[in-house]
Ligand binder design. Sequence first.
Ligand code: NAD
Length: 357
Amino acid sequence: MAKKYNIAVIRGDGVGPEIVTEAIKVLDVVSHKCGFTLDYKDYLMGGAAIDITGEPLPKETVTGVLASDALLFGAIGGEKWDSLPRDKRPETGLLKIRKELNAFANLRPVKVFDDLVDASPLKPEIVKGIDVLVVRELTGGLYFGEPRGKEGDKAFNTMVYSKDEIVRIAKVAFEAAMKRGKKVCSVDKANVLDVSQLWRDTVIEVANDYPEVELSHMYVDNAAMQLIRDPRQFDVILTGNIFGDILSDEASQISGSIGLLPSASMGGKVGLYEPIHGSAPDIANQGIANPIATILSASMMLKYALGEENAADLIEEAVGKTLSEGYRTKDISDYGAKTICSTSEIGSIIADCLAKL
Ligand code: NAD
């Protein structure tokens, strides 16, 4: 019997519903082609949830998502809800669901499609062929460490990592590397920080279980420089919360458009797959949003949550082929466009291309 997976879907606000529709269009084709079934169930979160229930993250959403195999998410937020108290705002819903899912690992792949090398702020000869995965620890380190606070003229935060926290994120990076280029570069500041020394020692221990993976270490200041100087040297970058926050944003700029970049936040039983961009209210309901980041997030979901790697690869191939044939949404229309497409047109073109692979 064909395998069946339960997918929780949160479309959200702004361009969210438009881009998620296109991701589902592509998922329907690939699942049919690869012989498995995806059963989708919609849940409310963010502004859409506030309008209907008064809460940014209704209980049914948490229960439903936790009972699924994965969560596919668009984006939330918009001016309409910006004046609400913080705990009632759309963004609170997103932070809460990440916590409910125990999403301690954030994965952000950074790729530059050959046909869009000119969209990068870096020179084409530096960016061509980049394929980097940033694995960032998301629930520990400086942003969560205690003690924290302000006393008189002094304010303080604490960078804390336990060995267990480092082991579990390191395993995510090594497992991911096994499915890619088999290289992990662990980024820390072990020359200065005790917590980084523990990080480094622990990563070396975890590496023993992955003899096929080549491990290197880099100080974070050097890593920031190397990402711009020679980003192709990296396969998987493994790092803590604050370093990862900064490096993943730096890395994302290399690809040129925010509408192209997917992400996964995982750790607990259910992972969350979403584009890195927000709800883009300025272009909502105009049919011009780029759905590729969401389509690639769906591909990550197939790979990491469902183990359907072949299907995930087919989606990536179809996106690459669509771009190489000159189909572009408005945001990337300055770079090699032969045909400018709406959100739904490019989704259909990717789906048709996939069907023929
Ligand atoms: P944004 O990412 O929504 O938009 C930034 C710029 O990029 C805008 O000009 C937008 O038009 C463009 N853009 C974004 N996605 C695009 C796409 N797929 N195709 C083409 N262009 C695209 O960031 P913002 O404007 O700072 O925030 C808008 C709202 O989104 C806010 O309410 C914010 O809180 C929320 N937000 C949500 C998330 C999330 O849901 N994960 C993340 C960031 C921001």
